[in-house]
Design a protein around this ligand. Sequence first.
Ligand SMILES: *Cc1c(COP(=O)(O)O)cnc(C)c1O
Length: 422
Amino acid sequence: MQNETIAVHGSYNKKEGYGSMAVPITQTTAYAFRDSEHAANLFALKELGPIYTRLNNPTTDVLEQRFAQLEGGAAALCVSSGQSAIFYAIANVASAGDNILISDKLYGGAVTLLTHTIKRFGIEAKIFRSEDASDLEEQIDEDTKAIFFESLSNPQIAIADVEKIVEVGQRNGVLTICDNTVASAALFNPIKWGVDVVVHSTSKYTNGQGTAIGGIIVERDGLSEFFKANENRYSDFTTPDASYHGLVYTDVPLPNFCLRARLSLLRDIGAVQSPHNSWLLIQTLETLALRVDKHSDNALEIAEFLEAHPKVKAVNYPGLKSDKYYDKAQKYFKGGKASGLISFDVESFEEARRVIDSAKLFSVVVNIGDSKSLIVHPASTTHSQMSPEELEKAGVNPVTIRLSIGLENTEDLKADLEQALN
Ligand SMILES: *Cc1c(COP(=O)(O)O)cnc(C)c1O
């Protein structure tokens, strides 16, 4: 099945239950077991089924399976936010004493999480250049557990050299994790390019209307073999887990990465997605491809408008022929489309603040991927917790304005930017 078909039909059997055309919400905390043996079998993984909504839920199951199909993965795990998806993906493989390699171009929340917060848990993050991965391999050592990067980065709007990163990861037996939030599953499927694990903040384009926070982790098929082939690095998967009566994950014939994240991290740390949010995301996923197409077309038109504007010093949008990531967008993204994020530079910090405050149709919001167009000053908001050196390394400039282009008519958007710039 093609992605547009999966997005509306995947993993739901409407002949079950009442024949409800819409995927029903199972808004419950717990599930009645048939008897004590049934309960014991579920806990022992001899039978699969819902136990308690912190661990699994039938509505969330549909979203997980549908999303996994869409990304070309073997399984998925929904969590309560994009941040928890990133944390769980890392904590699933790295422990105190280990290190990870992270891209120099990441979402601000990922930077603080991965460079500061996980350090408190004894995990060190080393930074590499995701644009060409030229300094990636030399930084890998025996304690390196993951390579983390964004396909299309927020807010720098840079495209990673996915092929090179995957090649280095595979050659060294190190897991690659790609945050695919901004490109979205409609434009890019990292697993098809050999990435091991994909994470998303589903709060953004997947939701598309700014109505729910959510996160998802998707794993490729065959990670069990990967862990066995690299058992020194990934012994947590190949040796007994004392917290689950000695379970060895690679012995279980289920996709191992999500299994361990569910059975240990979701069980113990509990950043679970509510069934209601899963249900909302099932609705919005149906129109993901349509929306991202329109976001991309609108953004290209606005980027061209800005590029021609005398008050604009520079525009970053990979859909522009002049953009340094244009070739990568053509190579990796469906139809060469580049999603809805644009950044542009004006004369000064003061001018950036003035333009933002003058916009009327654009809302000053730190979200992205909404149907409504949004404008923000990353240096004083999403990236304000970073030091000047960190800002520079992350490519976040005080004169830069970020736009998330919505689904409005572009004539209205251009008119609003025109009056704000003048
Ligand atoms: C927003 C975002 C996140 C964090 O997601 P939340 O759902 O807000 O927790 C992670 N990565 C990227 C690229 C994002 O844009």
